[in-house]
Design a protein. Structure first.
Length: 432
């Protein structure tokens, strides 16, 4: 009897793990589009399509604000409601096809006559933000609909992060190749790369449609949890997400410019190092989380993020391999912060708003996109103020200063929002 139970348990576990892979593969495909929009858009619009920095900033910021508003609208519509798994899979497949149909022509703007590039970029960038919302939201809903318990959701979340990290490495590797040649136009290489990404995204989205609900799958609204892992409220967590989005996006958007003009395209290792750090450091953050808890681990991650950005600047004279080491540190810290913020927010939502998870997470993604919009405007303003095409002049200062300032504000938010423990100590302070 006990042997039969073990066999049944092993079969159920194998079935559960097999069911996770379609989601992981689909998230990899979706992340290719996300990292392309974050790492590549700005550089492509100014250096390949020839748009002025001001237009680039306005275009990216406007698209992100539109995307945030769409997230809020869909989250509001879905409050208290639930998708079926089959419906969510079909909708994300439609969103993948729509996103692919828009992003490949968008990255072909450098092949058009100069007079057409601006209107082409504005139109297709706007359409991409709308299409991507149809891709993103139902696939995120699958995180709940395809699992039956907390253990499966944790396993699926870990797979999601790993696949996202692999997508960031793929995009960073492609970008390291694409930035070679500085501001040369008309090569069509961007369109070729995005066409390949589109094929992967559509194929992986179709693969997810094969995912089927299993008996006992839990599609109901999650039960309320007793407490949050961090002790930080929803509003401070949203503020932290806003600040982190600005810090990491400014660094990431300026990377291609810095590599192309400071190192004449030879420092692609820097771009790849950030993505590798984001991916491979996750086991270390899980160990730190078990030993130190959410708050202290989050503080360590913030300090490492600021230290990595500052050290990246100071290491400029030592060469791009030295800078790549600190870029790795920056990426590793970014990965830890992202994991901890999403987990902490999920804890809070479960404890305080268990009947409205869709609208709560729509608010989180919208706040993140508002931060990304601010970062886009900041990058555009900085590119306008400095002569960055002369050895990357001034870029490295923004890549260090803005993340360091954001980290200082994040630590202040945590200090002000963390409950005071007995003895007058803040919860984030270690015991002496």
């Amino acid at each position: 009897m006990r042997r039969n139970l073990k066999v049944l348990h092993r079969e159920a576990l194998t079935e559960s793990q097999a069911a996770l892979w379609p989601y992981g593969v689909a998230h990899f495909g979706k992340s290719l589009f996300w990292y392309s929009s974050e790492l590549v858009f700005a550089f492509f619009l100014t250096e390949r399509a020839g748009l002025p920095a001001a237009w680039m900033g306005g275009l990216l910021a406007g698209g992100l604000v539109l995307s945030a508003l769409i997230d809020l609208a869909i989250g509001w519509k879905l409050r208290g409601a639930s998708f079926t798994l089959a419906r969510a899979c079909r909708l994300q497949f439609i969103g993948a096809c729509a996103s692919a149909a828009v992003i490949t022509p968008l990255f072909a703007a450098d092949l058009l006559p100069e007079a057409w590039r601006l209107i082409w970029a504005v139109l297709l960038a706007t359409l991409f933000r709308i299409a991507y919302a149809l891709y993103d939201i139902p696939q995120n809903a699958t995180l709940v609909l395809a699992t039956r318990n907390a253990r499966e959701r944790a396993r699926l979340a870990a797979l999601r992060l790993s696949c996202s990290g692999m997508a960031s490495i793929a995009v960073a590797t492609a970008l390291a190749w694409l930035v070679r040649g500085g501001s040369q136009n008309g090569s069509g290489r961007f369109a070729l790369v995005t066409l390949g990404m589109s094929v992967v995204a559509i194929g992986s989205a179709w693969y997810l449609t094969r995912l089927r609900p299993r008996p006992g799958a839990d599609c109901a609204v999650p039960a309320a949890s007793s407490a949050s892992g961090t002790g930080i409220g929803l509003i401070p967590l949203l503020l932290l997400m806003f600040l982190v989005s600005i810090a990491t996006s400014v660094f990431g958007k300026l990377e291609p410019y810095y590599v192309a003009y400071r190192w004449q395209g030879q420092g692609g290792t820097i771009i790849i190092a950030v993505s590798v750090g984001l991916t491979v450091a996750q086991p270390f953050w899980l160990i730190a989380l078990r030993r130190m808890g959410h708050l202290r681990t989050l503080c360590v991650a913030f300090v490492l993020l600021g230290a990595g950005a500052i050290a990246f600047t100071l290491a400029e004279t030592a060469g791009y391999y030295a800078q790549a080491a600190f870029a790795f540190l920056f990426g590793a810290a970014n990965g830890g912060i992202a994991t901890l913020l999403w987990a902490s927010f999920a804890d809070r939502v479960s404890a305080e708003r268990p009947t409205a998870p869709a609208s709560a997470f729509a608010l989180l993604t919208a706040i993140s996109k508002f931060g990304l919009a601010v970062a886009s405007l900041t990058v555009a303003a900085w590119l306008f103020l400095v002569d960055y095409r002369v050895d990357g002049t001034g870029l490295v200062l923004a890549m260090a200063g803005i993340p360091a300032a954001a980290v200082a504000m994040c630590l202040a938010v945590m200090a002000l929002s963390t409950p005071i423990r007995s003895g007058g100590r803040l919860g984030i302070m270690p015991r002496i």
